[in-house]
Design a protein around this ligand. Sequence first.
Ligand code: 5CA
Length: 155
Amino acid sequence: MSKSLTRVTTALAAAGIGARIVETAASTRTAAEAAAAAGVTIDQIVKSILFQDQGGALCLFLTAGGNQVDGARAAALAGRALSRADAARVRAVTGFAIGGVAPLGHLTPLPVWLDRRLLDFVEVWAAAGTPNHIFAIDPATLCRLTGAVVADFTT
Ligand code: 5CA
């Protein structure tokens, strides 16, 4: 098992969550691919979108698959100027490569916000650390596990 997948499995197990992690034959690198693989609507996919502040610290916005993060609203929530994190920074801080960034199990703890839209569903699916593993979770549980603040930050 890859180190990335192991970190997600361990984080879920440590929280006592018996989440279903599914290995997919097809890529789940994008929200559209993940939705097709899971057989759900795109908004049931949790995108892990990372922004960085001027000091290089990252902020994580867990976003419904069909929504886009509004940079100005994200910055207002964080209380500082933000720009999209580059792929190298994402990998260094979270331990996950773009396309497989999980909402939890990061190398470094991060402040997290969760798109209110995700709470419309009984179950949502998120990347499990690789571009071909996803897991299902109740969004309220995801919110609790990640310590996320529920907010509106999308366009
Ligand atoms: N596995 C899927 C569904 S869970 C996934 O990880 N989706 S995602 O949306 O969380 O990750 C892909 C996102 O990474 C894209 O929406 C895009 O916003 C961002 N991204 C893609 N390429 C780069 C890049 N080079 N630098 C920074 N962010 C990127």
